[in-house]
Design a protein around this ligand. Structure first.
Ligand code: ARG
Length: 459
Protein backbone atom coordinates (compact mmCIF):
# COMPACT_ATOMS: atom_id res chain seq x y z
CA UNK A 1 0.00 0.00 0.00
CA UNK A 2 1.46 3.40 -0.93
CA UNK A 3 2.08 5.94 1.82
CA UNK A 4 0.52 9.39 1.86
CA UNK A 5 4.09 10.68 2.33
CA UNK A 6 5.74 8.11 0.01
CA UNK A 7 7.12 10.43 -2.72
CA UNK A 8 10.58 10.94 -1.30
CA UNK A 9 11.17 7.26 -0.52
CA UNK A 10 12.74 4.55 -2.65
CA UNK A 11 12.16 1.64 -0.30
CA UNK A 12 9.26 0.14 1.62
CA UNK A 13 9.14 0.85 5.34
CA UNK A 14 10.56 -1.99 7.40
CA UNK A 15 7.65 -3.98 8.83
CA UNK A 16 8.91 -3.66 12.42
CA UNK A 17 9.38 0.09 12.00
CA UNK A 18 5.85 0.38 10.73
CA UNK A 19 4.53 -1.45 13.75
CA UNK A 20 6.79 0.42 16.15
CA UNK A 21 5.91 3.90 14.94
CA UNK A 22 2.20 3.48 14.32
CA UNK A 23 -0.24 5.00 16.79
CA UNK A 24 -3.52 3.89 15.21
CA UNK A 25 -4.04 1.15 17.81
CA UNK A 26 -4.70 3.85 20.40
CA UNK A 27 -5.24 7.20 18.66
CA UNK A 28 -8.37 5.87 16.95
CA UNK A 29 -10.03 7.24 20.08
CA UNK A 30 -9.58 10.66 18.43
CA UNK A 31 -11.61 9.70 15.34
CA UNK A 32 -14.63 11.94 16.04
CA UNK A 33 -12.43 14.93 16.85
CA UNK A 34 -10.30 14.36 13.76
CA UNK A 35 -13.36 14.46 11.50
CA UNK A 36 -14.76 17.48 13.33
CA UNK A 37 -11.46 19.35 12.87
CA UNK A 38 -11.23 18.39 9.19
CA UNK A 39 -14.79 19.54 8.50
CA UNK A 40 -14.03 22.95 9.98
CA UNK A 41 -10.69 23.17 8.15
CA UNK A 42 -12.12 22.35 4.73
CA UNK A 43 -15.06 24.70 5.24
CA UNK A 44 -12.53 27.46 5.84
CA UNK A 45 -10.50 26.45 2.74
CA UNK A 46 -13.67 26.99 0.73
CA UNK A 47 -14.57 30.28 2.37
CA UNK A 48 -11.06 31.64 1.78
CA UNK A 49 -11.12 30.57 -1.87
CA UNK A 50 -8.18 28.18 -1.40
CA UNK A 51 -10.14 25.11 -2.55
CA UNK A 52 -13.10 25.48 -4.98
CA UNK A 53 -16.45 25.16 -3.26
CA UNK A 54 -17.52 22.12 -5.30
CA UNK A 55 -14.40 20.25 -4.13
CA UNK A 56 -15.08 21.37 -0.58
CA UNK A 57 -18.58 19.92 -0.84
CA UNK A 58 -17.24 16.60 -2.12
CA UNK A 59 -14.68 16.46 0.69
CA UNK A 60 -17.27 17.28 3.34
CA UNK A 61 -19.61 14.67 1.96
CA UNK A 62 -16.76 12.14 1.96
CA UNK A 63 -15.77 13.01 5.52
CA UNK A 64 -19.35 12.44 6.64
CA UNK A 65 -19.31 9.06 4.92
CA UNK A 66 -16.09 8.15 6.73
CA UNK A 67 -17.66 9.35 9.98
CA UNK A 68 -20.60 7.02 9.35
CA UNK A 69 -18.25 4.13 8.69
CA UNK A 70 -16.40 4.85 11.94
CA UNK A 71 -19.60 5.05 13.95
CA UNK A 72 -20.82 1.77 12.50
CA UNK A 73 -17.43 0.16 13.16
CA UNK A 74 -16.88 -0.38 9.45
CA UNK A 75 -13.62 1.50 8.97
CA UNK A 76 -10.75 -0.94 8.92
CA UNK A 77 -7.82 0.76 10.57
CA UNK A 78 -4.41 -0.32 9.32
CA UNK A 79 -0.97 0.12 10.78
CA UNK A 80 0.30 0.82 7.25
CA UNK A 81 -1.62 4.11 7.50
CA UNK A 82 0.14 4.82 10.78
CA UNK A 83 -2.30 7.00 12.68
CA UNK A 84 -5.90 8.15 12.86
CA UNK A 85 -5.24 11.20 10.68
CA UNK A 86 -3.86 9.23 7.75
CA UNK A 87 -6.30 6.35 8.15
CA UNK A 88 -9.15 8.80 7.75
CA UNK A 89 -7.51 10.74 4.91
CA UNK A 90 -6.70 7.56 3.04
CA UNK A 91 -10.26 6.32 3.38
CA UNK A 92 -11.53 9.69 2.18
CA UNK A 93 -9.38 9.49 -0.95
CA UNK A 94 -10.48 5.90 -1.54
CA UNK A 95 -14.10 7.06 -1.38
CA UNK A 96 -14.04 10.32 -3.37
CA UNK A 97 -10.82 10.09 -5.38
CA UNK A 98 -7.80 12.42 -5.66
CA UNK A 99 -9.87 15.50 -4.79
CA UNK A 100 -9.75 14.19 -1.22
CA UNK A 101 -6.06 15.05 -1.28
CA UNK A 102 -7.00 18.74 -1.14
CA UNK A 103 -8.14 18.40 2.47
CA UNK A 104 -4.61 18.61 3.83
CA UNK A 105 -3.93 21.97 2.11
CA UNK A 106 -2.43 24.46 4.55
CA UNK A 107 -2.35 21.92 7.34
CA UNK A 108 0.14 19.54 8.94
CA UNK A 109 -0.45 16.53 11.11
CA UNK A 110 1.37 18.52 13.79
CA UNK A 111 -1.31 21.17 14.14
CA UNK A 112 -3.98 18.57 13.32
CA UNK A 113 -3.12 16.19 16.15
CA UNK A 114 -2.81 19.06 18.63
CA UNK A 115 -6.26 20.27 17.57
CA UNK A 116 -7.75 16.80 17.98
CA UNK A 117 -6.41 16.55 21.50
CA UNK A 118 -7.69 20.00 22.43
CA UNK A 119 -11.14 19.02 21.17
CA UNK A 120 -10.95 15.72 23.04
CA UNK A 121 -9.87 17.15 26.38
CA UNK A 122 -12.23 20.09 26.14
CA UNK A 123 -15.11 17.59 26.18
CA UNK A 124 -13.53 15.63 29.01
CA UNK A 125 -13.11 18.71 31.20
CA UNK A 126 -16.84 19.40 30.94
CA UNK A 127 -17.65 15.72 31.49
CA UNK A 128 -15.46 15.47 34.61
CA UNK A 129 -16.93 18.61 36.15
CA UNK A 130 -20.33 16.90 35.76
CA UNK A 131 -19.12 13.61 37.24
CA UNK A 132 -17.53 15.40 40.20
CA UNK A 133 -20.78 17.28 40.79
CA UNK A 134 -22.71 13.99 40.86
CA UNK A 135 -20.32 12.74 43.52
CA UNK A 136 -20.72 15.97 45.48
CA UNK A 137 -24.50 15.51 45.34
CA UNK A 138 -24.18 12.02 46.83
CA UNK A 139 -21.88 13.30 49.59
CA UNK A 140 -24.22 16.18 50.36
CA UNK A 141 -27.18 13.78 50.54
CA UNK A 142 -25.26 11.67 53.09
CA UNK A 143 -24.38 14.83 55.00
CA UNK A 144 -28.03 15.89 55.12
CA UNK A 145 -29.17 12.54 56.48
CA UNK A 146 -26.41 12.58 59.08
CA UNK A 147 -26.79 15.99 60.64
CA UNK A 148 -27.11 14.41 64.08
CA UNK A 149 -24.70 11.51 63.56
CA UNK A 150 -21.72 12.08 65.83
CA UNK A 151 -18.57 10.08 65.32
CA UNK A 152 -14.94 10.35 66.32
CA UNK A 153 -12.77 12.75 64.37
CA UNK A 154 -9.18 11.54 64.17
CA UNK A 155 -5.70 12.92 64.01
CA UNK A 156 -2.80 10.45 63.71
CA UNK A 157 -5.64 7.91 63.35
CA UNK A 158 -6.19 8.40 67.11
CA UNK A 159 -9.53 9.64 68.37
CA UNK A 160 -9.24 13.41 68.61
CA UNK A 161 -12.55 15.28 68.91
CA UNK A 162 -16.10 14.19 68.12
CA UNK A 163 -17.50 15.65 64.92
CA UNK A 164 -20.63 15.37 62.82
CA UNK A 165 -20.41 12.69 60.16
CA UNK A 166 -21.98 15.36 57.96
CA UNK A 167 -18.94 17.56 58.57
CA UNK A 168 -16.67 14.77 57.37
CA UNK A 169 -18.72 14.30 54.19
CA UNK A 170 -18.62 18.04 53.56
CA UNK A 171 -14.82 18.05 53.83
CA UNK A 172 -14.79 15.82 50.73
CA UNK A 173 -17.34 18.05 49.02
CA UNK A 174 -14.91 20.94 49.56
CA UNK A 175 -12.01 18.90 48.15
CA UNK A 176 -13.98 17.99 45.03
CA UNK A 177 -15.07 21.61 44.70
CA UNK A 178 -11.41 22.61 44.37
CA UNK A 179 -11.01 19.88 41.75
CA UNK A 180 -13.94 21.33 39.83
CA UNK A 181 -12.50 24.83 40.03
CA UNK A 182 -9.09 23.64 38.85
CA UNK A 183 -10.69 21.93 35.85
CA UNK A 184 -12.77 25.00 35.08
CA UNK A 185 -9.70 27.20 35.25
CA UNK A 186 -7.84 24.93 32.87
CA UNK A 187 -10.70 25.21 30.38
CA UNK A 188 -9.49 28.48 28.88
CA UNK A 189 -6.16 26.88 27.96
CA UNK A 190 -7.66 23.74 26.52
CA UNK A 191 -10.10 25.98 24.67
CA UNK A 192 -7.34 27.36 22.43
CA UNK A 193 -6.97 26.39 18.76
CA UNK A 194 -3.60 25.22 17.38
CA UNK A 195 -4.81 24.60 13.80
CA UNK A 196 -3.26 26.91 11.26
CA UNK A 197 0.18 26.66 12.83
CA UNK A 198 1.10 24.27 10.02
CA UNK A 199 4.10 22.04 10.69
CA UNK A 200 5.70 24.72 12.86
CA UNK A 201 5.98 28.07 11.10
CA UNK A 202 2.48 28.85 9.84
CA UNK A 203 1.39 28.41 6.23
CA UNK A 204 1.73 30.21 2.92
CA UNK A 205 -1.99 29.75 2.18
CA UNK A 206 -4.25 32.68 3.10
CA UNK A 207 -6.18 30.69 5.71
CA UNK A 208 -8.43 32.16 8.40
CA UNK A 209 -7.59 30.63 11.76
CA UNK A 210 -10.17 32.67 13.63
CA UNK A 211 -12.92 31.41 11.35
CA UNK A 212 -11.88 27.81 12.13
CA UNK A 213 -11.81 28.67 15.85
CA UNK A 214 -15.30 30.08 15.62
CA UNK A 215 -16.65 26.98 13.88
CA UNK A 216 -15.09 24.67 16.45
CA UNK A 217 -16.22 26.89 19.30
CA UNK A 218 -12.71 27.74 20.48
CA UNK A 219 -12.43 30.88 22.59
CA UNK A 220 -8.86 31.59 21.55
CA UNK A 221 -6.22 30.83 18.92
CA UNK A 222 -2.59 30.05 19.75
CA UNK A 223 -0.54 33.21 19.23
CA UNK A 224 2.69 31.52 18.24
CA UNK A 225 2.80 28.76 15.63
CA UNK A 226 5.83 27.03 17.20
CA UNK A 227 4.17 27.05 20.60
CA UNK A 228 0.91 25.80 19.08
CA UNK A 229 2.43 22.54 17.84
CA UNK A 230 4.88 22.05 20.74
CA UNK A 231 2.54 22.74 23.63
CA UNK A 232 1.34 19.82 25.69
CA UNK A 233 0.82 21.81 28.89
CA UNK A 234 -2.92 21.41 28.52
CA UNK A 235 -2.47 17.65 28.77
CA UNK A 236 -0.07 18.00 31.69
CA UNK A 237 -2.63 20.14 33.48
CA UNK A 238 -5.34 17.61 32.87
CA UNK A 239 -3.10 14.79 34.09
CA UNK A 240 -2.17 16.82 37.19
CA UNK A 241 -5.77 17.58 37.98
CA UNK A 242 -6.60 13.93 37.40
CA UNK A 243 -3.82 12.93 39.79
CA UNK A 244 -5.18 15.27 42.48
CA UNK A 245 -8.73 13.96 41.97
CA UNK A 246 -7.41 10.43 42.40
CA UNK A 247 -5.57 11.52 45.56
CA UNK A 248 -8.88 12.69 46.97
CA UNK A 249 -10.71 9.55 45.87
CA UNK A 250 -7.92 7.43 47.31
CA UNK A 251 -8.13 9.13 50.71
CA UNK A 252 -11.88 8.60 50.74
CA UNK A 253 -11.34 5.00 49.59
CA UNK A 254 -8.96 4.35 52.46
CA UNK A 255 -11.52 5.65 54.94
CA UNK A 256 -14.31 3.56 53.41
CA UNK A 257 -12.14 0.45 53.61
CA UNK A 258 -11.24 1.16 57.24
CA UNK A 259 -14.78 2.08 58.24
CA UNK A 260 -16.21 -1.11 56.74
CA UNK A 261 -13.83 -3.34 58.71
CA UNK A 262 -15.34 -5.21 61.67
CA UNK A 263 -13.01 -3.23 63.94
CA UNK A 264 -14.64 0.06 62.94
CA UNK A 265 -18.04 -1.07 61.61
CA UNK A 266 -18.95 2.59 60.98
CA UNK A 267 -20.42 2.00 57.54
CA UNK A 268 -21.60 -0.74 55.26
CA UNK A 269 -21.20 -0.50 51.50
CA UNK A 270 -24.09 -1.80 49.46
CA UNK A 271 -23.78 -5.40 48.26
CA UNK A 272 -23.87 -4.16 44.69
CA UNK A 273 -20.50 -2.47 45.22
CA UNK A 274 -18.73 -5.30 47.01
CA UNK A 275 -17.48 -8.73 46.03
CA UNK A 276 -17.01 -12.02 47.79
CA UNK A 277 -14.13 -14.37 48.37
CA UNK A 278 -13.68 -17.60 46.43
CA UNK A 279 -12.68 -19.44 49.60
CA UNK A 280 -14.00 -17.58 52.66
CA UNK A 281 -17.81 -17.62 52.51
CA UNK A 282 -18.24 -14.88 55.13
CA UNK A 283 -16.27 -12.24 53.21
CA UNK A 284 -17.70 -9.05 51.74
CA UNK A 285 -14.81 -7.14 50.30
CA UNK A 286 -14.75 -3.39 49.52
CA UNK A 287 -13.13 -4.02 46.13
CA UNK A 288 -14.23 -0.78 44.50
CA UNK A 289 -12.52 1.60 46.93
CA UNK A 290 -9.52 -0.72 47.10
CA UNK A 291 -9.15 -0.69 43.34
CA UNK A 292 -9.60 3.07 43.12
CA UNK A 293 -6.88 3.43 45.77
CA UNK A 294 -4.69 1.11 43.71
CA UNK A 295 -5.39 2.75 40.36
CA UNK A 296 -4.20 6.06 41.76
CA UNK A 297 -0.70 4.75 41.03
CA UNK A 298 -1.19 4.56 37.27
CA UNK A 299 -2.74 8.03 37.15
CA UNK A 300 0.32 9.45 38.94
CA UNK A 301 2.46 7.42 36.54
CA UNK A 302 0.76 8.98 33.51
CA UNK A 303 1.59 12.46 34.80
CA UNK A 304 5.21 11.65 35.57
CA UNK A 305 5.49 9.83 32.24
CA UNK A 306 4.44 12.84 30.17
CA UNK A 307 6.45 15.30 32.25
CA UNK A 308 9.48 13.15 31.48
CA UNK A 309 8.67 12.89 27.76
CA UNK A 310 8.48 16.67 27.49
CA UNK A 311 11.51 17.45 29.62
CA UNK A 312 14.38 18.66 27.38
CA UNK A 313 12.33 18.15 24.23
CA UNK A 314 13.42 20.72 21.61
CA UNK A 315 10.81 22.72 19.71
CA UNK A 316 8.72 21.97 17.74
CA UNK A 317 7.13 18.57 17.02
CA UNK A 318 9.16 15.46 17.78
CA UNK A 319 7.88 11.92 17.42
CA UNK A 320 8.38 11.56 21.20
CA UNK A 321 5.18 13.54 21.49
CA UNK A 322 3.13 10.65 20.17
CA UNK A 323 3.72 9.25 23.67
CA UNK A 324 1.33 11.88 25.04
CA UNK A 325 -1.73 9.83 24.14
CA UNK A 326 -1.88 6.48 25.89
CA UNK A 327 -1.37 8.02 29.34
CA UNK A 328 -3.98 10.67 28.61
CA UNK A 329 -6.54 8.08 27.49
CA UNK A 330 -5.70 5.89 30.47
CA UNK A 331 -6.20 8.75 32.94
CA UNK A 332 -9.51 9.61 31.25
CA UNK A 333 -10.76 6.01 31.43
CA UNK A 334 -9.53 5.46 34.98
CA UNK A 335 -11.21 8.63 36.22
CA UNK A 336 -14.43 7.88 34.37
CA UNK A 337 -14.62 4.45 35.99
CA UNK A 338 -13.82 5.71 39.47
CA UNK A 339 -16.17 8.70 39.45
CA UNK A 340 -19.05 6.79 37.85
CA UNK A 341 -18.85 4.17 40.60
CA UNK A 342 -18.22 6.46 43.52
CA UNK A 343 -21.38 8.55 43.30
CA UNK A 344 -23.84 5.62 43.59
CA UNK A 345 -21.58 3.82 46.06
CA UNK A 346 -21.64 6.83 48.42
CA UNK A 347 -25.36 7.34 47.84
CA UNK A 348 -26.17 3.75 48.88
CA UNK A 349 -23.70 3.54 51.77
CA UNK A 350 -25.32 2.65 55.12
CA UNK A 351 -24.12 4.67 58.07
CA UNK A 352 -24.06 2.83 61.39
CA UNK A 353 -24.81 5.73 63.69
CA UNK A 354 -25.27 3.65 66.85
CA UNK A 355 -21.85 2.16 66.44
CA UNK A 356 -20.38 5.62 65.80
CA UNK A 357 -22.11 6.97 68.90
CA UNK A 358 -20.83 4.07 70.96
CA UNK A 359 -17.30 4.85 69.80
CA UNK A 360 -17.68 8.47 70.90
CA UNK A 361 -19.07 7.46 74.29
CA UNK A 362 -16.11 5.23 74.89
CA UNK A 363 -13.24 7.59 74.39
CA UNK A 364 -11.64 10.76 75.70
CA UNK A 365 -12.37 12.89 72.68
CA UNK A 366 -14.18 15.40 74.92
CA UNK A 367 -10.97 16.11 76.87
CA UNK A 368 -10.18 19.32 74.97
CA UNK A 369 -13.55 20.66 76.07
CA UNK A 370 -12.80 20.34 79.78
CA UNK A 371 -9.47 22.03 79.20
CA UNK A 372 -11.40 24.86 77.46
CA UNK A 373 -13.87 24.81 80.42
CA UNK A 374 -11.10 25.44 82.93
CA UNK A 375 -9.52 28.05 80.66
CA UNK A 376 -12.88 29.82 80.51
CA UNK A 377 -12.85 29.89 84.31
CA UNK A 378 -9.56 31.75 84.23
CA UNK A 379 -6.95 28.98 84.40
CA UNK A 380 -4.21 29.54 81.77
CA UNK A 381 -4.80 27.01 78.94
CA UNK A 382 -1.39 25.37 79.37
CA UNK A 383 -2.15 24.65 83.05
CA UNK A 384 -5.65 23.46 82.17
CA UNK A 385 -4.10 21.05 79.62
CA UNK A 386 -1.85 19.62 82.35
CA UNK A 387 -4.76 19.22 84.80
CA UNK A 388 -6.88 17.39 82.23
CA UNK A 389 -3.95 15.20 81.20
CA UNK A 390 -3.79 14.01 84.81
CA UNK A 391 -7.58 13.58 84.94
CA UNK A 392 -7.48 11.38 81.81
CA UNK A 393 -4.63 9.32 83.28
CA UNK A 394 -6.70 8.85 86.45
CA UNK A 395 -9.63 7.65 84.30
CA UNK A 396 -7.46 5.20 82.38
CA UNK A 397 -6.03 3.80 85.61
CA UNK A 398 -9.52 3.43 87.06
CA UNK A 399 -11.17 2.16 83.87
CA UNK A 400 -13.56 5.10 83.61
CA UNK A 401 -14.49 7.71 81.02
CA UNK A 402 -14.71 11.41 81.86
CA UNK A 403 -18.49 11.36 82.08
CA UNK A 404 -18.28 8.55 84.69
CA UNK A 405 -16.39 10.74 87.18
CA UNK A 406 -18.20 12.13 90.20
CA UNK A 407 -17.91 15.83 90.93
CA UNK A 408 -15.67 15.06 93.96
CA UNK A 409 -13.33 13.15 91.70
CA UNK A 410 -13.18 16.12 89.29
CA UNK A 411 -12.53 18.44 92.19
CA UNK A 412 -9.43 16.44 93.18
CA UNK A 413 -7.86 17.86 90.03
CA UNK A 414 -9.21 21.42 90.19
CA UNK A 415 -11.49 23.30 92.53
CA UNK A 416 -12.86 25.17 89.50
CA UNK A 417 -15.04 22.20 88.46
CA UNK A 418 -18.78 22.68 89.03
CA UNK A 419 -21.90 20.72 88.19
CA UNK A 420 -22.10 22.28 84.72
CA UNK A 421 -19.12 20.15 83.63
CA UNK A 422 -21.49 17.26 82.82
CA UNK A 423 -23.32 19.33 80.24
CA UNK A 424 -20.05 20.53 78.69
CA UNK A 425 -18.92 16.92 78.23
CA UNK A 426 -21.97 15.69 76.30
CA UNK A 427 -20.99 14.82 72.71
CA UNK A 428 -23.76 17.08 71.27
CA UNK A 429 -22.49 19.95 73.35
CA UNK A 430 -18.89 19.21 72.37
CA UNK A 431 -19.83 19.27 68.69
CA UNK A 432 -22.07 22.31 68.84
CA UNK A 433 -19.58 24.28 70.90
CA UNK A 434 -17.43 24.46 67.76
CA UNK A 435 -19.54 27.18 66.23
CA UNK A 436 -16.63 29.00 64.63
CA UNK A 437 -17.02 29.57 60.87
CA UNK A 438 -16.17 26.27 59.18
CA UNK A 439 -16.46 24.29 62.43
CA UNK A 440 -18.40 21.09 63.10
CA UNK A 441 -21.36 22.72 64.95
CA UNK A 442 -24.63 21.76 63.25
CA UNK A 443 -25.35 25.41 62.34
CA UNK A 444 -21.99 25.70 60.60
CA UNK A 445 -22.39 22.41 58.74
CA UNK A 446 -25.85 23.50 57.57
CA UNK A 447 -24.26 26.67 56.22
CA UNK A 448 -21.64 24.61 54.39
CA UNK A 449 -24.36 22.45 52.84
CA UNK A 450 -26.26 25.53 51.70
CA UNK A 451 -23.15 27.02 50.10
CA UNK A 452 -22.27 23.74 48.39
CA UNK A 453 -25.79 23.39 47.03
CA UNK A 454 -25.71 26.94 45.76
CA UNK A 455 -22.37 26.28 44.00
CA UNK A 456 -23.85 23.19 42.37
CA UNK A 457 -26.71 25.17 40.92
CA UNK A 458 -24.46 27.97 39.76
CA UNK A 459 -22.00 25.87 37.80
N1 ARG B 1 0.60 10.22 15.17
C1 ARG B 1 1.32 11.44 15.36
C2 ARG B 1 1.31 11.81 16.83
O1 ARG B 1 0.44 11.40 17.48
C3 ARG B 1 0.72 12.55 14.58
C4 ARG B 1 1.65 13.65 14.28
C5 ARG B 1 2.67 13.17 13.34
N2 ARG B 1 3.50 14.21 12.87
C6 ARG B 1 4.67 13.97 12.26
N3 ARG B 1 5.36 14.98 11.88
N4 ARG B 1 5.11 12.75 12.12
O2 ARG B 1 2.16 12.50 17.33
Amino acid sequence: MSKLWGGRFTKKTDQLVEEYTASITFDKELAEEDIQGSLAHVTMLGKCGIVPQEDVDKIKDGLLQVQGMIRRGELEYTIANEDIHMNIEKQLIDLIGPVGGKLHTGRSRNDQVATDMHLYLRKRVVEFVGLLQKLQEALIAQAKSNMDTIFPGYTHLQRAQPILFAHHMMAYVAMFQRDIERLQDSYKRVDTLPLGAGALAGTTFPIDRHFVAEQLGFGRVYDNSLDAVSDRDFILEFLSHGAIIMTHLSRLSEELVLWSSTEFSFIELDDAFCTGSSIMPQKKNPDVPELVRGKTGRVYGNLVGLLTVLKSLPLAYNKDMQEDKEGMFDTVHTLQGALQLFAPMIATMKVNRDRMRQAVNQDFSNATDIADYLANKGLPFRQAHEVIGKTVLYCIQNKKYLLDLKLEEFKQFSSLFEDDIYRVLQPEQVVNARGVYGGTAAAQVSGAIERAEAALQLT
